[in-house]
Design a protein around this ligand. Structure first.
Ligand code: XIL
Length: 727
């Protein structure tokens, strides 16, 4: 549906702004590289495989985005040193050389690990277990060789990887016996040496590289138990003089976990011990798994549901905000793999900011284009219920700066997203608070005025029970009203007289069915003045695509705008007819063939005569205007040009432009109005109005400040245009 709207917006306004706004295939890689965006924060790294450093296109991505590289597998003991005296330096060297040639520094991953390890170190030639002294000798030789070979290009080493036990195992089997679980992983290393192997590995690394940053690296650091085990181990080691410089938090998370509080707790806890933290292996699974182990089937690549992508963008956004907040200790953030295609989690998990075709995802933009001032901004605490709320509903709320906050009860939901978001992002993701209620605030102030929105709960679209519903997007949507500075012009005032809006039903012979229209009748309509009934001019005012005859009177506030203009003496009273424009009845993909011919018949040949027959109208073209917003503007343009005998005043509201030479007889129109929001296509409108004026037409334009393709733009347009009609 959104795609159709894009096409419509483009067609109607010819507006590139609107195009980008509504989802032109944007290149999310456009803009600075991540490394440049984060130059005042930390280095940005990536784990690489062979293809990443040999394929020219992939190399370009690495060079643009990253200033730190980790070899995904090539430097692991089991890969580089599979047997005693056997070294595989091929790929390991080529990755190092790639970095040397391109001036990129490396994280050395990893010198000692239970997995992908050089297991030969534990046994002698006959396969018998060796003593720990022999193991240490071999480990020392291994560490010295690797470190000496690469330390010129390495700034930090993951010296020991994953030595601590996971949460959730209060007991474990050791040598067939159930015992209280040790804080340490029961690796071959630990079984042979106890935790001394950790100290030894760090000592060997320090001997070989006196200046490199030596890191203890692990996953699930945000799990409270594991966090504390790591904390205690590093504390103990440091107290014993073991040269641990920093802690690596791997960061294999998912779109639901961790929350900011869990992450911050780990960072601040580790900060007590070290002043260097690296996020060494960041990726966000789209399932609920996390950590350093793989527990799911990889499967074939399947497209990702849009709401899942939104959850991921939001999670990346939240995590990076916390990373930035702790830039005093966080010195590096490394993505584990370049693209979804490369991911160790399988392409189907879509965990990274580049997709399976190495195209940047919106996640990349979200991470890169952060607003540092917004990072710690606390919205003003003057929240009030949204004026459009249902009776007795406290939420959603708005504040005087234009922020909106939401509260949704959905106790068993996994995710709740509000479709309103900033900068074309997928919306505002709510999080469950301590009471189990979903809450969240827009990331920044919204444009003033009215916005349609809905909720996406676990992928299903529903309305917010907090607010009234408004017809838009071909459905009844929730609506929110962000206070505007000039909101008085459409306010329902207590100090003035009000007209009526009445619904008429008329038979359309051309359609063979009943149609409806809402008719605004100004105050005083039908009253006898000096024994006579006054007759009024009529404005036919059309809604946009996805809307209907209720849109102008309800969210457009036509009645209020007219009443206020009349009461303030700014206009003479006139009637406004708001009919359903048949815009939702044509099929998707046929916008190019949309001619408004059916509606032209209904409007000009059926509705206008019906209105003239049933209401006190001045029934001639110089007392008749037609205007419309968006798709209704397109209808207005088509119909006024084809049937100039029907309407003497024409208005396009974010609904395109007239070119002077399109109007055959310059005398057939007395006044042309064209308007749009300054976030749409103001240049196009301004130029068109100038051209019309230059050609001798009585034309007027309005650019609405701070608004886009939304109802505040059109309310303002109506307010302005109404003052020039029927003169
Ligand atoms: C992973 C690699 O990405 C995979 O290709 C390999 O098969 C297994 O290891 N924690 C670590 C990384 O420290 O080295 C792991 O890398 C992922 C978990």
């Amino acid at each position: 549906m959104k795609k159709l709207f894009i096409a419509l917006t483009l067609l109607i306004t010819g507006s590139m702004t609107a195009f980008a706004q509504w989802g032109r295939p944007v290149d999310f890689a456009e803009g600075p590289g991540l490394k440049d965006a984060y130059k005042d924060y930390f280095t940005i790294g990536v784990a690489v495989n062979k293809a990443n450093v040999t394929d020219p296109a992939q190399i370009e991505i690495i060079k643009k985005q990253f200033n730190s590289v980790t070899a995904e597998n090539a430097w692991k003991p089991g890969e580089i040193h599979p047997k005693e005296g056997v070294w595989n330096f091929g790929l390991a060297d080529s990755i190092a050389n790639f970095c040397r040639e391109n001036g990129i520094k490396m994280r050395g991953h990893c010198l000692c690990w239970h997995s992908q390890f050089a297991d030969w170190m534990f046994t002698d030639k006959k396969g018998k277990p060796v003593k720990k002294e022999v193991f240490y000798e071999r480990l020392r030789d291994h560490i010295h060789t690797v470190v000496n070979r690469y330390k010129d290009v390495v700034y930090a080493w993951d010296v020991v990887n994953e030595a601590m036990a996971d949460d959730g195992r209060p007991f474990e089997f050791v040598d067939g016996k159930l015992v209280k679980a040790s804080p340490y992983r029961q690796s071959r290393h630990f079984k042979l040496c106890g935790d001394e192997f950790i100290a030894k590995a760090f000592e060997f690394a320090r001997e070989a590289d006196p200046t490199g940053v030596l890191i203890y690296n692990d996953y699930s650091c945000v799990d409270p138990g594991k966090r504390e085990r790591i904390y205690e181990m590093v504390k103990k080691m440091k107290e014993a003089g073991v040269p641990i410089d920093g802690i690596g938090m791997q960061g294999h998370y998912n779109i639901y976990f961790p929350d900011e509080e869990q992450l911050e707790k780990a960072i601040t806890r580790f900060k007590e011990l070290v002043n260097i933290i690296h996020i060494t292996e960041l990726d966000l699974r789209t399932n609920t798994e996390s950590g350093g182990q793989l527990m799911f089937a990889r499967g074939e690549a399947k497209p990702q549901a849009p709401y899942i992508a939104t959850l991921q963008e939001d999670q990346y956004n939240r995590l990076f905000r916390i990373f930035r907040k702790h830039k005093d200790v966080i010195k590096n953030v490394t993505f584990w793999n370049l693209s979804d295609k490369d991911s160790w989690l399988g392409v189907n998990n879509h965990p990274l900011p580049f997709d399976e075709n190495f195209k940047a995802k919106r996640s990349l933009q979200v991470i890169r284009d952060f607003d540092a001032t917004a990072d710690n901004y606390v919205p003003k605490d003057d929240w009030v219920p949204n004026p459009k709320n249902q009776p007795g509903q406290e939420y959603p709320q708005v504040n005087s700066e234009g922020f909106a906050r939401f509260r949704v009860e959905a106790p068993d939901a996994k995710s709740v997203i509000v479709s309103l978001g900033l900068g074309g992002r997928g919306g505002t993701v709510l999080r469950k608070d301590k009471d189990g209620v979903w809450t969240g605030t827009t990331e920044g102030p919204m444009d003033p005025g009215f916005h349609y929105y809905h909720l996406t709960i676990d992928g299903g679209v529903v309305n917010d029970p907090g607010t009234h519903n408004y017809f838009g997007s071909c459905r009844w949507e929730s609506g929110i009203e962000i206070p505007a500075k000039d909101q008085d012009f459409y306010a329902l005032r207590t100090d003035i007289k009000h007209g009526n809006i009445t619904q008429v039903r008329f038979f359309s012979p051309s359609l063979g069915k009943m149609q409806v229209a809402n008719v605004y009748l100004p105050y005083g309509y039908g009253k006898l003045v000096k024994g006579k009934q006054e007759r009024y001019p009529v404005l036919y005012l059309q809604h946009g695509w996805g809307e209907n005859e209720t849109s102008w009177p309800v969210q457009g506030h036509t009645g209020e705008i007219m009443d206020n203009l009349i009461a303030d003496g700014k206009i003479k009273p006139f009637i406004v007819v708001m009919a359903y424009g048949l815009t939702n009845d044509f099929k998707f993909g046929t916008i190019g063939k949309f001619t408004a011919e059916e509606f032209e018949k209904v409007l000009v040949d059926e509705l206008v005569p019906f209105i003239d027959a049933n209401f006190l109208t001045k029934a001639d073209k110089w007392n008749r205007a037609m205007a419309g917003l968006s798709m209704g503007g397109m209808e207005t343009k088509l119909i006024t040009l084809r049937r100039p005998e029907a309407f003497g005043y024409w208005g396009l509201l974010s609904g395109g432009m007239y070119m002077p030479d399109e109007i055959k007889d310059p005398k057939c129109v007395k006044y042309i109005f064209e308007g749009c929001g300054d976030k749409e296509n103001p240049d196009g409108i301004n130029k068109s109005v100038e051209a019309l004026k230059a050609a001798g037409f009585n034309a007027e334009g309005l650019i609405s400040e701070g608004t886009a393709h939304e109802f505040l733009t059109w309310r303002r347009c109506l307010y302005q245009m109404a003052q020039s009609l029927f003169k």
